[in-house]
Design a protein around this ligand. Structure first.
Ligand SMILES: CC(C)(COP(=O)(O)OP(=O)(O)OC[C@H]1O[C@@H](n2cnc3c(N)ncnc32)[C@H](O)[C@@H]1OP(=O)(O)O)[C@@H](O)C(=O)NCCC(=O)NCCS
Length: 100
């Protein structure tokens, strides 16, 4: 999505029985420094949400800042797209269940 990028892979975690085999993990969410705060990550996350809903897939990600945003900022950011905290320790994991 423009300069915003990420990886999406199969994930194998027990969420809900009806989501078995239907969980994808998002990693490496990244926007180059000169392109940040222009809405590129927002556009990417909105697009991923639309795709996930269309395919009834849950999205999983680990909140781990690799830039200026604090982990708390990232949590608030992902919450905008329907992600909810799923695990706090040892890592913060957030999950977005598909909307009908
Ligand atoms: C996290 C990242 C992908 C966000 O990309 P982005 O394109 O700048 O995000 P957006 O422009 O869509 O900004 C979305 C919101 O995030 C918040 N945000 C962005 N940068 C922020 C910062 N430095 N501090 C606090 N909040 C910030 C703001 O609320 C912003 O919305 P606003 O500009 O309307 O206020 C980017 O900062 C990045 O690549 N960081 C390094 C890699 C990383 O940490 N990835 C996350 C791994 S979990």
């Amino acid at each position: 999505m423009g300069p915003a990028s990420c990886h999406v892979d199969m994930a194998d975690i027990g969420l809900r029985a009806d989501l078995a085999g239907k969980v994808r993990e998002i990693t490496s969410v990244h926007v180059p420094e000169g392109e940040r705060r222009k809405g590129w990550a927002t556009a990417l996350l909105n697009y991923l949400g639309i795709c996930a809903d269309r395919h009834s897939v849950a999205l999983l990600l680990e909140v781990k800042s690799e830039g200026d945003m604090r982990d708390a900022d990232l949590e608030a950011f992902y919450t905008r797209f329907g992600f909810e905290k799923f695990q706090t320790n040892p890592d913060v994991l957030m999950v977005r269940v598909p909307r009908q």
